[in-house]
Design a protein around this ligand. Structure first.
Ligand code: 16G
Ligand code: ZN
Length: 530
């Protein structure tokens, strides 16, 4: 089958008998655009093989002749690290481009695959990202490249459109960074922990959105994890309907698309655009309830991991001096479960509060060497200052270096621009392995206080003005006193009200020591708001 596919592709773009010799020069193959079909098709084969060789990491192929005249065109392969094709492969690329007949081409591929120990026609995966510049022959040559990539069974060609050459390099680099950084973190797991301590199966609720689709594409490359996607966005399910991070966090019940086979496993849930992440576990098949791990507990897990690395680095000397004084700050909102805030403060950490919304949390977290923020609903990330990163890079003693490497890998794996469900999930998985922790260990960090949220419809929600990171009402006057009066009747009672920023309602949040008490506190306060 593999042989047939290669012969067929080569026959589609035959090399003219009098064709000039191609040489994979400093920037790939170049010639007059209309004559480049055979060379580009064959470069597609090389790129696909390269991706197979690298375990399925994405490789790039760009169709351009750079600064040369418009009638010229060319093809260049981008290696998985985003740089130029490894020079060891250039002779192979040359030989393939110059192979006179389809049969010669097949023999060269088979021989090379044998020498490089690449198994052909197996169950391997491979991905080639394609781009071209604005030249008129670009489209024709793109088609040739796609046919070449597809001639390798199991390889997928992804057309990224018309791009600058550096854009394609950057895309290839970032697509493989993800998986290679996870590997890098996992390699730094102490040998006595991790791996077999816990189950490697992870079931992900993609909310029938883009996160599920993307995860389906990359999951095979995430080694060490057996990822199963539900609500992947490929089936019938409706976006965010009875599934996804918002539903799971608010309703605390099993999302659609999950069944008895998922009971007891670690599950993650994304929202429709994959910037929120929560975890959960289905308790039993006869019961719709879940054990929820919300953004606060994800934050707590990350905090423990980072603290552990900082403690290793600082290994305080007898004068109590720190090697790397670190300003480590945690940012939460009023919705953070009170048990999480207590947990963090008991660790001696600085916890600050901002109003709801990523723009406020992110800005606050930027003030630290390491700033971490999460909303209970699963938006959040970890930010590292440039200055701190460069200090980490300078640590040399073995133990310190190991811990610094873990933090550096963390800073590159987690999305520094905005909270990101995919990279957040990979960091969770790496940290659980690092600690040798099960879902239950993670749950047991602290017990969430029961909470209740209500919406109240009012004439003008903006009549309510809040202060102190939305934790207190300053207008209308007297309302806060009424709320305080209600809270004083509940043990561990906490309650606040705020106008929603996304819906025409006032939101009421209450926490107390039992479900019933939280319910009743929320209801009583809602009556004062109406
Ligand atoms: C938006 C915010 C989210 C916040 C939510 C609160 C971003 C990206 N999203 O979804 O962070 O939790 O609004 O909604 O900032 P609310 O004001 O209706 O309660
Ligand atoms: Zn979102």
């Amino acid at each position: 089958e593999q042989r047939g596919a290669l012969l067929a592709a080569a026959a589609l773009f035959p090399r003219p008998p009098d064709g000039a010799r191609f040489s994979y020069g400093t920037a790939g193959f170049r010639a007059e655009g209309v004559t480049m079909g055979p060379a580009v098709c064959r470069a597609g084969v090389v790129a696909a093989l390269r991706s197979v060789k690298l375990g399925g990491a994405a490789v790039g192929l760009v169709i351009t002749a750079s600064h040369n005249p418009v009638r010229d065109n060319g093809v260049k392969i981008v290696d998985a690290d985003g740089g130029m094709l490894s020079q060891d492969w250039e002779p192979f690329a040359d030989a393939l481009a110059n192979a006179p007949t389809p049969d010669d081409l097949l023999q060269i591929v088979l021989q090379f695959a044998k020498d490089e120990e690449i198994k052909l026609g197996g169950s391997h995966s491979a991905q080639v990202l394609l781009a071209r510049d604005t030249r008129p022959t670009g489209e024709y040559l793109l088609d040739a490249a796609v046919k070449g990539v597809n001639a390798m069974i199991g390889a997928v060609a992804v057309d990224m459109g018309i791009l600058t050459t550096p854009q394609l390099h950057w895309m290839v680099r970032s697509s493989s960074e993800f998986t290679s950084l996870l590997l890098c973190l996992l390699e730094l797991v102490p040998k006595d922990k991790g791996a077999d301590v816990m189950n490697n199966r992870l079931i992900v609720d993609g909310a029938n959105g883009i996160g599920g689709l993307k995860l389906e594409e990359i999951k095979a490359k995430i080694s060490g994890l057996d990822i199963h996607v539900r609500n992947s966005g490929k089936g019938e399910g409706i976006l965010n309907e009875s599934c996804g991070a918002d539903f799971v966090q608010k309703e605390k019940v099993v999302p659609l698309g999950f069944g008895p086979e998922d009971v007891g496993f670690r599950c993650a849930s994304f929202d429709g655009d994959a910037d929120r992440l929560v975890y959960f576990r289905i308790v039993s098949s006869s019961d719709n309830r879940i054990d929820l791990i919300d953004g606060d507990k994800i934050l707590s897990l990350f905090v423990l991991f980072i603290r552990e690395q900082l403690d290793i680095i600082n290994g305080k000397d007898n004068k109590g001096n720190e090697v790397l004084p670190t300003c480590f700050g945690v940012v939460q909102t009023a919705y953070a479960n009170g048990a999480s805030t207590d947990f963090l403060k008991n660790l001696g950490l600085e916890v600050v509060f901002t109003p709801t919304g990523v723009k406020y949390l992110h800005k606050e977290a930027l003030k630290y060497d390491i700033g971490i923020y999460f909303e209970a609903n699963g938006h959040g990330t970890v930010l590292f200052s440039d200055h701190f990163v460069s200090q980490l890079e300078s640590l040399t003693s073995f133990l310190q270096h190991q811990a610094a490497m873990r933090l550096l890998a963390t800073s590159r794996l987690i999305n520094q621009a905005v909270g990101d469900a995919l990279s957040g999930m990979l960091l969770v998985e790496a940290v659980l392995q690092y600690k040798g922790w099960s879902f239950q260990n993670w749950c047991d960090l602290y017990t969430d206080l029961p909470s209740r949220q209500l919406k109240v419809k009012v004439q003008d929600r903006n009549a309510i003005v809040t202060t102190d990171a939305e934790r207190r009402v300053c207008q209308p006057s007297g309302l806060q006193e009424l709320i305080d009066g209600e809270i004083s009747n509940y043990s561990h009672g906490r309650c606040f009200v705020r106008p929603s920023g996304t819906e025409d309602v006032v939101r009421v949040y209450a926490e107390a020591s039992s479900e019933e008490a939280a319910d009743s506190l929320a209801k009583r306060v809602a009556q004062h708001v109406e």
